[in-house]
Design a protein around this ligand. Structure first.
Ligand code: DP6
Length: 346
């Protein structure tokens, strides 16, 4: 038998679809604004709790005969910007893996997409895991988190369960890319629930990307919000180590309100809060006046997430239902890390 040593070793065929499941996370210390939009490097560190509700399940199937990637979201082929974000992400995975084959990505969300309920966090965390596996990349959790960040900064945190922080990291270019990733945050055993009032499940009027861009460029409050976020983060880490729910809640609430104030000071203003949001915030104040530890946080949308003890979650949920009639209210707890899901492979 002769062997042709001149022939290039051909890359192994990629014929195993890979499926992964990831959960959204809610930031208790927010990131808002990127110092590098292409590499997705945030200005600020952030810290979040991964939820045990609203998972995203994503399957990546390599299709070596296909001329283009196919992206299916909740059963329907997608086009436009949403598809482009996935294709750009797959291009990065292909570059890392040294492969060129196109793929079909099938994503199922159990949370409305684009409504400030963190579907991009669970979506890109699941895509990072499934994409890396389908293209034969063997990455540790730090590298997976870094990769997920390239899809959506908040996705870097959904690679981990429980509480996680994303480092903004130092520097620019490749050094910044290397230094920006999430990791688990140590907490004392912590009795906590997050009660979510879904005030509006429709897509937001201003995308978070555009909202961030405008806030960074035009809000005179932006630098001081980033600076106060640094202090908030240090205090938050200490409060989590003490399992001090009131401190955690107070810090999270002021950090979120500061972020929204900073957006409101942008020109023109970026306003995600709706009248019902404010009614829910009032009901949280009433709960506190009645002695219930309840604290609100809001992201790039009108929905309100209320941090409280598990034992108070039903009472908090009833209060939010009264304040926001007709709105769905969901009780969540700390959730698991993103994981491969071989069981659901088609
Ligand atoms: C207000 O991570 O969804 O929820 O990085 O552009 O995809 P991209 O935005 P995304 O923004 C999250 C913003 C936030 C705060 C946070 O989760 O830290």
């Amino acid at each position: 038998m002769t062997t042709d040593h001149r022939a290039e070793p051909s890359a192994p065929a990629l014929n195993r679809p890979a499926t992964a499941v990831a959960h959204p996370n809610i930031a208790l210390i927010k990131y808002w604004g990127k110092r590098d939009e292409q590499l997705m490097i945030p200005y600020a560190d952030s810290l979040s709790m991964t939820l045990d509700v609203f998972p995203t399940t994503t399957t990546v199937r390599i299709d070596s005969g296909a001329a283009a990637d196919e992206v299916v979201l909740d059963g329907s082929p997608t086009d436009g910007e949403r598809r482009q974000r996935v294709v750009t992400f797959l291009d990065l995975v292909r570059k890392l893996a040294g492969r060129t084959e196109r793929a079909c990505v099938d994503t199922r969300n159990s949370v409305p997409t684009g409504a400030g309920l963190a579907s991009s966090a669970s979506g890109f965390a699941a895509l990072a895991l499934a994409g890396a596996a389908a293209y034969g990349l063997d990455l540790d959790t730090t590298a997976l988190s870094r990769l997920a960040r390239r899809g959506s900064v908040s996705a870097s945190r959904s690679v981990f369960g429980g509480f996680a922080m994303c480092h903004a990291g130092p520097g620019a270019g490749a050094a910044a890319d290397l230094g920006s990733y999430a990791e688990p945050v140590p907490v004392a055993p912590f009795d906590v629930a997050l009660v979510i009032a879904i005030v509006d499940a429709g897509p937001k009027a201003v995308s978070s990307r555009e909202g961030m861009r405008r806030t960074v460029r035009t809000s005179p409050l932006y630098p001081s919000w980033v600076a106060s976020g640094r202090a908030d983060l240090a205090e938050m880490r200490a409060a989590l180590l003490q399992a001090d729910l009131d401190a955690v809640g107070e810090i999270a609430e002021r950090n979120a309100l500061g972020m929204h104030a900073t957006m409101l000071a942008a020109r023109p203003a970026v306003r995600y809060l709706a009248p019902v949001t404010v009614a829910v915030l009032d009901s949280v104040l009433r709960l506190r006046a009645d002695g219930v530890s309840a604290y609100a946080t809001m992201d790039a949308g009108p929905n309100v997430k209320v941090l409280c003890r598990r034992a108070d979650a039903d009472r908090v949920a009833d209060t939010l239902r009264d304040a926001a009639p007709g709105c769905a209210v969901v009780v969540a707890g700390p959730g698991p890390a993103a994981r491969p899901d071989p069981g659901s492979r088609p």
